[in-house]
Design a protein around this ligand. Structure first.
Ligand code: TSJ
Length: 740
């Protein structure tokens, strides 16, 4: 599911007082300040104490190369480690989505979320976030402290967490899940993109420190010089019971865009959201940059239900329904090149409510990680709602009966989710993420687990668990959503049709005249080829041209709806402007004459019949008032003494040919109006002084209607009927009806 999907949105709302406690007090600890020497330039390495000597020469070398030169501590494997981090620096976008503000925020979330994970696991109750004036970020928790015991290679977990890419994957379900097991990028990515990082752990009666300078682990000597080493520095003694982790990092200005910045509001939103995910967790946030802000403290007592309440705006339709379920699934995981099946435990937590508005808010999480692009858990959730809404809540709804007959009564996800406020959270180890910024859950098995849990939970609520009045209100809300959608679509279809009319309300293809009144004319012209010359040859003051392009509906046969929906009929009715049917107002007609201009062939007479039938059925007063004419284009033309001479029938041509003594070969035969040039058309059908028109009356129209039926038979695809008709009525076709 894309982030842009309808109105689903990220939780970027301001914390609500009810759910969030604030305090102005701040208790920033000073432990990290010993290493917080100010960075003054963008080329951080050159200006750092203790690095100056090396950095001038080795500026173009990788930290790994520098490290290998500088200290014998570093064996080949360590160089590889640092080169791994260099890969992150080469393509930061692959790990944090970019090097702008968003990417920078990713670093902050990574560190905060690791502390929050410790709290989610039940080991920490307080987290503190400090935004320092020097651009560094410091996060402290009171959890167990990242383990500091030496492993066989002399390195500590603390070092590994910050130097090994995806260390969490390697540690897997082991002890060090905080370093990446639950998270997208891992703390090593933060180190990779920082010029300096200071990690401190309170454990065993002391504060232990490891500094990473340009990703390389070590510590400052008392001289101020930096020494690369895996050995932790014992900073000071603390009470034996005190445990916790503190991480402060300086984003590398060589990596991030100059305009990238950490935005307080965003940090605050992140922190507020995280509080809802870990009930009871207390997070203090203090921005010391700029003029300085008062510290804010966030605590949320409840879980997702509190969150949904916090997100609910306006009057509610239902209470909050919560679902908690546990399930397991199998997953194929590659372990040392071999694919093994592992069993995963998964908990599913959902809180839903509907409010009276129309917006949809679905927030989703995997463990404590927000999945702003949704994913398989959200897909399962939405599918379950669709299922319960359609199969249970809305079935047999009276107001939907009519739509049900058209098979149009199903609620779409949009109908169901109008006014929905929901939080969906799944908790399980090693989730897979998809998408550019890895904010979409990909683990496939999750979809069905969530689907089943939510289906059962919501079904229970609908069939007894919930208040009757609320369930009825929800049914009514969704029913209205469906009805509104269907009505809106019809409206849209109508408007789309109207859009084919120009802004004046007239059909686009109408070439109107400037003056309207008894002396104006509408020329209905068959086909495009004749429309051009007609437009050119007309007197545009009083003559309008409406070309017909598509099929004209047979108004003698069609339903009113079919007529209304016929583009050509619509164009004609609109152009004439007197309305249609019993309401037709002849006085409102925009033209004094309606002139049908069709070819003198079978197709032409068919179209003329259809037009007459249409007028007969829907604008009859035009016929009654004698306002409808058929143009009589000539069939033959010839030149005599520099003037055109026209003939309208074979007989007429023969007569004239004799009289003016022009042989047959010198006559031109028009197969259609389109074959005439502008002057010919103007003279024969447009110029009132020279053209021949035939007035159409009611009788003509009635005959046309009959002829229309005949044409239907002649031109329709019912071959048997057609054959029979032609055999038994051949005389009628030739002489009577066709000659309209
Ligand atoms: F992101 C991070 F790694 F840099 C980081 C981690 C940053 C911050 C501010 C805190 C933490 C963090 C990690 N806090 N708490 C922990 N906990 C552990 O790493 C930990 C401690 C003990 C055990 C154990 O099994 O004894 C296991 C873990 C994962």
């Amino acid at each position: 599911m894309a982030a842009a999907k309808k109105t689903t949105k990220k939780t970027t709302k301001k914390p609500v007082k009810k759910a969030v406690k604030k305090t102005a007090k701040t208790t920033a600890r000073k432990g990290a300040t010993a290493t917080s020497k100010k960075k003054t330039g963008s080329s951080a390495a050159a200006k750092k104490p203790g690095v100056n000597k090396v950095s001038k020469k080795a500026a173009t070398k990788s930290p790994a190369q520098r490290a290998s030169k500088r200290s014998s501590d570093y064996d080949q494997s360590k160089i590889q480690v640092l080169e791994g981090l260099d890969a992150v620096r080469k393509r930061p976008g692959m790990y944090i989505g970019g090097t702008g503000t968003e990417g920078l925020h990713h670093l902050v979330w990574e560190i905060i979320d690791n502390a929050v994970d410790e709290a989610a696991a039940g080991y920490a109750s307080h987290v503190e976030v400090l935004l320092h004036k020097d651009g560094s970020i410091e996060v402290t928790d009171n959890g167990r402290g990242i383990p500091i015991g030496k492993k066989s290679d002399g390195r500590t977990a603390l070092e590994v967490v910050f130097t090994e890419l995806h260390a969490g994957g390697k540690f897997g379900s082991g002890a060090y899940s905080a370093s990446g097991g639950l998270h997208g990028v891992g703390a090593s990515v933060v180190n990779a993109l920082s010029s300096k990082l200071v990690a401190e752990v309170d454990r065993d009666g002391a504060t232990w420190r490891l500094v990473f300078l340009d990703r390389e682990p070590g510590n400052y000597l008392s001289s101020g010089k930096f020494k690369g080493t895996s050995k932790l520095a014992k900073v000071k003694k603390v009470p034996g019971s005190r445990t916790g982790t503190r991480v402060r990092f300086w984003p590398d200005l060589d990596v991030f865009d100059p305009e990238a910045s950490i935005e307080y509001e965003q940090v605050r939103d992140h922190v507020a959201r995280v509080c809802f995910l870990v009930p009871g967790l207390n997070i203090k946030l203090h921005d010391k940059r700029g003029k300085g802000r008062k510290a804010e403290e966030f605590v949320a007592a409840g879980g997702l239900a509190d969150y949904v309440d916090y997100l609910s705006i306006g009057e509610t339709v239902t209470d909050i329904v919560t679902i908690h379920d546990e399930a397991s699934f199998e997953e194929k995981v590659p372990v040392d090149g071999k694919v093994t099946m592992v069993n995963r435990q998964c908990t599913i937590d959902v809180a839903v409510r509907w409010v009276k508005g129309f917006e949809t808010t679905i927030v989703s999480f995997v463990n404590t990680i927000p999945t702003s692009d949704g994913g398989t858990h959200v897909a399962g959730f939405e599918r379950a709602l669709s299922r319960v809404a359609n199969e249970q809540l809305l079935s047999e709804t009276k107001k939907l009966k009519k739509l049900a007959k058209q098979g149009n009564d199903r609620a779409t996800p949009n109908d169901i989710q109008e006014g929905l406020v929901a939080a969906v959270k799944v908790t399980f180890p090693e989730p897979q993420f998809k998408g550019q910024t890895k904010q979409e859950l990909g683990t496939p098995a999750i979809q069905n687990l969530v689907y089943e849990s939510v289906k059962a939970g919501v079904a229970d609520w609908v069939s007894g668990g919930g208040k009757k009045s609320q369930i009825n209100a929800l049914r009514e809300k969704m029913t209205q959503a469906i009805l509104n959608r269907v009505a809106a679509k019809q409206q849209l279809d109508l408007r789309r049709k109207a859009a084919t009319l120009s802004s004046t309300g007239m059909p686009d293809k109408l070439a109107d005249c400037r003056l309207h009144g008894m002396d104006s004319e509408l020329l209905i012209v068959e086909g495009n080829s004749a429309a051009g010359p007609a437009k050119q040859g007309r007197d545009s003051e009083t003559m309008a041209v409406l070309p017909l392009r598509g099929k004209v509906v047979n108004a003698g046969k069609a339903s009113l709806k079919q007529v209304i929906e016929n583009t050509e009929a619509q164009a004609l009715i609109t152009a004439i402007g007197g309305g249609s049917g019993p309401d037709f107002d002849v006085a409102a007609s925009r033209y004094g004459r309606i002139i049908i201009l069709c070819d003198a062939d079978v197709d032409g007479s068919h179209i003329r019949c259809l037009l007459l039938t249409l007028i007969y059925h829907h604008m009859r007063p035009l016929l009654e008032e004698g306002m409808v004419y058929a143009a009589q284009p000539p069939l033959f033309a010839t030149k005599h003494k520099g003037e055109m001479v026209y003939a309208y029938t074979d007989e007429e041509r023969d007569k004239i040919a004799k009289k003016i003594n022009v042989p047959f070969e010198k006559w031109k035969r028009f197969k259609g109006l389109g074959e005439m040039n502008v002057d010919e058309l103007a003279e024969t059908t447009l110029n009132p002084a020279t053209r021949v028109l035939k007035r159409m009356g009611m009788d003509d129209a009635k005959r046309a209607k009959k002829a229309g039926e005949l044409f239907q038979i002649l031109m329709g695809n019912d071959v048997a009927t057609r054959k029979e008709y032609i055999v038994s009525n051949s005389s009628l076709i030739d002489h009577d009806l066709l000659d309209i």
